[in-house]
Design a protein around this ligand. Structure first.
Ligand SMILES: NC(=O)C1=CN([C@@H]2O[C@H](COP(=O)(O)OP(=O)(O)OC[C@H]3O[C@@H](n4cnc5c(N)ncnc54)[C@H](OP(=O)(O)O)[C@@H]3O)[C@@H](O)[C@H]2O)C=CC1
Ligand SMILES: CC(=O)N[C@@H](CCC(=O)OP(=O)(O)O)C(=O)O
Length: 326
């Protein structure tokens, strides 16, 4: 039985992973934490999320004493916190010897020069960063098993990379074009004008400048054009990707590339049948559907995930299972 502390447990991804860890007989919850001055400290999680009425744990402030208790009692921490909060907490808990599963982007780039540009901070922990592995579960299980510093991928990168990585040997120099739509939970629980009910209307954002573009490009080994959109629904991501494949590529080459997922129970691949967001909402699954035009050499592949599940919490849970080998 492994004991897990969940920091940022009142947020959307934190509450989601709390429910997954609670239901996992191999894991126990050491504690649920929010910031020291949080308005929610002391409240039961179920007061914020009545859907979790079966979970009686309360939200504790992450004080210095609480951090020491976590080090004494827990085997791992899940950080469901903002990038600049995770940056410091991850390094501290890692240096105390705990396994760290960080849902933020603070440890996803190996190259420290990327952080000022995309995250607005200098990375102060190069030694910890050098041990971080990218937790794309279907692809990096050996690294996830070996390292105690796991950077769980972003939601859009998970949807995009799951679709594109099998195709990497078939790509040309023409950049893959990724158009993706996310539900509003992707922006987190905190109140913001642009995600309030009356303001949300399908629109692109972060055009040619979203931090997930270099995350996808780094992990794919090829530049991409990535355009995220905010949709007026709560959960889920649809990424529709258009990609040119090498001359001479056939449908059977593509089917062979996607057979990578034959032994991956959470990834379903269909030819000429396209998935819907609702097919995967509240599940840990990724569904892919593709169609190829041999005349032009272009493939369209659609990928759907639940941003809070495969895009964050359930992928972190996959990483925990891989790391603790059960
Ligand atoms: N939402 C999504 O779909 C995805 C999110 N992510 C990433 O996961 C992380 C969490 O996202 P999300 O759940 O949406 O965020 P939320 O804004 O919903 O939740 C953030 C949580 O962090 C807590 N928190 C804030 N400051 C601190 C602190 N100093 N110490 C401890 N706890 C703190 C907040 O509580 P309080 O402020 O009350 O202390 C809250 O519980 C982010 O890095 C995000 O980028 C990754 C993939 C998908
Ligand atoms: C709809 C929405 O706002 N989505 C978020 C992405 C959420 C995510 O994956 O988070 P990371 O920041 O951890 O990469 C955004 O575009 O910033």
């Amino acid at each position: 039985m492994k004991s897990i502390a969940i920091i940022g447990a009142s947020g959307y991804t934190g509450a989601q992973i709390t429910s997954l860890i609670y239901a996992d007989a191999n894991l126990t919850i050491q504690g649920l934490y929010v910031s020291e001055n949080s308005l929610d400290k002391g409240k039961p999680l179920s007061e914020l999320y009545p859907v979790y009425s079966h979970i009686s744990s309360c939200l504790s402030p992450l004080s210095t004493e609480a951090k020491e208790l976590i080090v004494d009692q827990a085997d791992a921490v899940v950080l469901a916190t903002d990038h600049n909060v995770s940056l410091h907490l991850a390094a501290w808990f890692y240096e105390q010897g705990l396994a760290v599963f960080d849902l933020s982007g603070a440890y996803r780039f190996a190259d420290k020069a990327q952080y000022p540009k995309w995250y607005g901070f200098e990375h102060d922990y190069p030694d910890v960063l050098s041990n971080a592995v990218y937790g794309l579960a279907e692809w990096n299980s050996a690294e996830i098993a070996d390292s105690k510093m796991i950077a769980v991928p972003g939601c859009y990168p998970t949807a995009s990379l799951t679709a594109l990585k099998p195709l990497a040997p078939l790509l040309t120099s023409t950049l893959p074009v990724i158009n993706a739509v996310s539900g509003v939970t992707g922006a987190g629980r905190k109140a913001q004008l642009q995600t309030s009910f009356c303001e949300v209307s399908l629109t692109p954002y972060g055009v040619l400048g979203h931090r997930h573009q270099p995350e996808i490009a780094t992990q794919l080994g090829q530049e991409v054009i990535f355009t995220p959109h905010l949709g007026n629904f709560k959960r889920g991501i649809l990424a529709t990707i258009t990609v040119q494949l090498a001359p001479g590529t056939t449908e059977s080459d593509i089917a062979k590339a996607y057979s990578f997922y034959d032994n991956a129970p959470l990834v379903t691949v269909k030819h000429d049948q396209f998935p819907k967001v609702d097919d995967v909402v509240n599940t840990p699954n990724c569904h892919l559907g593709w169609k190829f035009d041999p005349k032009t050499g272009y493939l369209v592949v659609a990928s759907v995930i639940d941003n809070l599940m495969k895009g964050a919490a359930s992928q972190a849970h996959q990483c925990i299972k891989i790391h603790f080998k059960y």
